[in-house]
Design a protein around this ligand. Sequence first.
Ligand code: NAG
Ligand code: NAG
Ligand code: NAG
Ligand code: NAG
Length: 168
Amino acid sequence: VGFVSEDEYLEIQGITREQSGDYECSASNDVAAPVVRRVKVTVNYPPYISEAKGTGVPVGQKGTLQCEASAVPSAEFQWYKDDKRLIEGKKGVKVENRPFLSKLIFFNVSEHDYGNYTCVASNKLGHTNASIMLFGPGAVSEVSNGTSRRAGCVWLLPLLVLHLLLKF
Ligand SMILES: *[C@@H]1O[C@H](CO)[C@@H](O)[C@H](O)[C@H]1NC(C)=O
Ligand SMILES: *[C@@H]1O[C@H](CO)[C@@H](O)[C@H](O)[C@H]1NC(C)=O
Ligand SMILES: *[C@@H]1O[C@H](CO)[C@@H](O)[C@H](O)[C@H]1NC(C)=O
Ligand SMILES: *[C@@H]1O[C@H](CO)[C@@H](O)[C@H](O)[C@H]1NC(C)=O
């Protein structure tokens, strides 16, 4: 990943975030030993969300939604539910922010907590968002494939008949 320039200037066009790092500049002439200086180059970029993790939680349990974003400078996070901003310090809900990660924690999930949440990550260069679901155990069967459920019922019928036969 070296850039070499014999010039007084090193110009990097179309710099990417992978090209962040330390660069070394060495100056020498015939008289003195070379002088070396290090220059740290930071590439800023707007956030992108690398992971948005929803979860299925029964009522009364703890649930965590997780949103991971990469950005320089590091992202600030905000959470929305159905386009309404969640206010921090709401009872039973906590937002835990780290430079690259935000967690929305429900200490005791209730029926009305279920739904579609949006995580917004922003820095001075831009913002992006992702939607994350908090769903109950009932929602799992809605998503699951109808074919397999019907197949399950077909098996149930002979079992019921057998059960009845055994009773007599
Ligand atoms: C969770 O909330 C329900 C309803 O408000 C309450 O009955 C229950 O005791 C709570 N559970 C915990 C662990 O706080
Ligand atoms: C959640 O909300 C977002 C934005 O309003 C929408 O694009 C997305 O389709 C919704 N997801 C679900 C599963 O309803
Ligand atoms: C999420 O991003 C979409 C597309 O850029 C935008 O229309 C929407 O308003 C954003 N939602 C929030 C809550 O910022
Ligand atoms: C439903 O199940 C069938 C058979 O197992 C499969 O071919 C199909 O792709 C599934 N559909 C979805 C939406 O998962």
